[in-house]
Design a binder for this molecule. Structure first.
Ligand code: BJ8
Length: 428
């Protein structure tokens, strides 16, 4: 056993992980990753960074978090793209996304939650109950939010196992909702000041805003290259970059993604792609996909299609919009931040016409031949909104495939058949 591994095991024990269960989880990920990722041909060389990140998913990054805490820093876990990571960063905290993408400890989960709860909530709860996630165990505070009913109620139970703070997210986008949300940012600042022991300053928030904008700009560059035909990077690889954006070190991640964007721009100039230019181009829209949930992208790309864009929180909703950097006061910057965050188009909002506009806009920009609507089973907001998305895409002459699924591999064969048939339609 290498020294690093011995140290990691000590670190995991200190964090309170169930080592036996954790070993089982860590043993499963490399195979999944190899099947989905390492089997791809002609990947951008820069993706080696993400291969490394994945090989160290519970190792090096956790060590960095532990060191950060030992030096007096704070780790804050989040579950939603509405939680402004700039504020956490400005107060000396490290923000880590905690959504999980695999079934775990469902036997324990189903003693607390109804079976018909979406996989994202069950998985997050299962990782905590099963003591297999060093990210959640590192968190000094977990921030929940009042988005869907499932999450809203799950925080009450999650709060029995970890320190949870819940932000009230309005469900409409009227001026009075923006005022409520702006007040929620003030309350979040207050809470984080208490937890970190630091005071928020304009300068620190301005710096954090520039840094997080830099990360989003790098993702914008990477994704802009996907408008090219042939696509210079697979959808799977682009998805992985956004998944990792939620927990990686911000400056390092930004630098690495900008390097990949340089490489992709070069590939586009050379007309070099990861799939033939006639491969059907698919836009995926719907609920977020957390590591190691690569199921849909994998199926589309193994069937000969290429995913060219994601209208989802692990996609354009995360990086499309920047916080304006021209505010001259702390209050002004928080105003700009509140407006930027409330402008995200989650199906928890009503009405949510902005999401439909985004789907149509992205389909045009990325020259998608069809749209795949992905929703987790028992996610009422996205499953219901799928009807409006389908109507709009039909009116725009875009074929749409609707998939409602979960994290289990049981429906893979059936999904594969449906996806192959859909790609056939797109080829015609
Ligand atoms: S902004 S999408 S990250 S809430 S899948 S838990 S909605 S029942 S994840 Fe989300 Fe924020 Fe919205 Fe994005 Fe509920 Fe649906 Fe489950 Fe969901």
């Amino acid at each position: 056993m290498s020294d690093a591994l011995v140290d990691y095991r000590r670190m995991w024990t200190d964090l309170g992980l169930d080592l036996e269960a954790h070993d089982m989880l860590l043993a499963a990920i490399p195979q999944l990753y190899a099947d989905a990722y390492l089997s791809q041909r002609d990947r951008p060389e820069g993706m080696a960074y993400f291969d490394f990140v994945m090989s160290e998913i519970h190792g090096l990054r956790i060590k960095e978090l532990v060191d950060h805490k030992a030096a007096g820093g704070t780790v804050v876990g989040t579950f939603c793209v509405y939680v402004p990571e700039e504020i956490i960063r400005a107060l000396g905290g490290v923000s880590v996304g905690l959504c999980a993408g695999a079934e775990w400890a469902y036997d324990q989960v189903e003693q607390l939650l109804p079976r018909n709860t979406c996989a994202l909530i069950k998985s997050a709860m299962g990782f905590k109950l099963g003591k297999v996630c060093p990210y959640v165990e590192s968190a000094d505070l977990v921030i929940g939010e009042t988005t869907c009913d499932g999450k809203k109620k799950a925080w009450e139970l999650f709060g029995e196992m970890a320190p949870v703070y819940v932000m009230e997210l309005p469900q409409m986008k009227r001026p009075q909702d923006l005022a409520l949300w702006r007040g929620e940012l003030d309350r979040l600042v207050e809470k984080l000041e208490e937890v970190t022991g630091n005071r928020l300053t304009f300068e620190a928030l301005q710096t954090a805003t520039r840094e997080v904008n830099g990360k989003r700009r790098a993702l914008q560059r990477l994704n802009a290259a996907r408008t090219a035909s042939p696509a210079p990077i697979s959808g799977k690889d682009a998805l992985l970059a956004v998944q990792v954006a939620f927990y990686d070190d911000v400056p390092r991640f930004t630098e690495m993604v900008n390097r990949i964007a340089d490489e992709l721009e070069q590939r586009v100039a050379e007309g070099r792609g990861v799939a033939p230019s006639e491969a059907p181009r698919v836009l995926v829209t719907g609920t977020p996909m957390s590591i190691p949930n690569w199921k849909i992208h994998d199926l589309v790309e193994k069937a000969g299609g290429v995913v060219v864009a994601e209208e989802m929180c692990t996609g354009s909703r995360y990086y499309d919009k920047l916080v304006p950097e021209d505010a001259t006061s702390l209050g002004g910057l928080l105003d700009a931040m509140a407006a930027r965050y409330l402008d995200i188009n989650c199906a928890c909002f009503t009405p949510n016409a902005g999401r439909i506009e985004d789907v149509l806009r992205l389909a045009t920009e990325f020259e998608a031949a069809g749209v795949l609507h992905y929703a987790l089973q028992f996610c009422a907001p996205y499953q219901i909104e799928a009807t409006s998305v389908e109507r709009a895409t039909r009116d725009a002459g875009l074929p749409l495939l609707r998939i409602d699924t979960d994290y289990s591999p049981e429906d893979v064969a059936q999904l594969s058949t449906r996806i192959e048939a859909f790609l056939e339609i797109l080829r015609d």
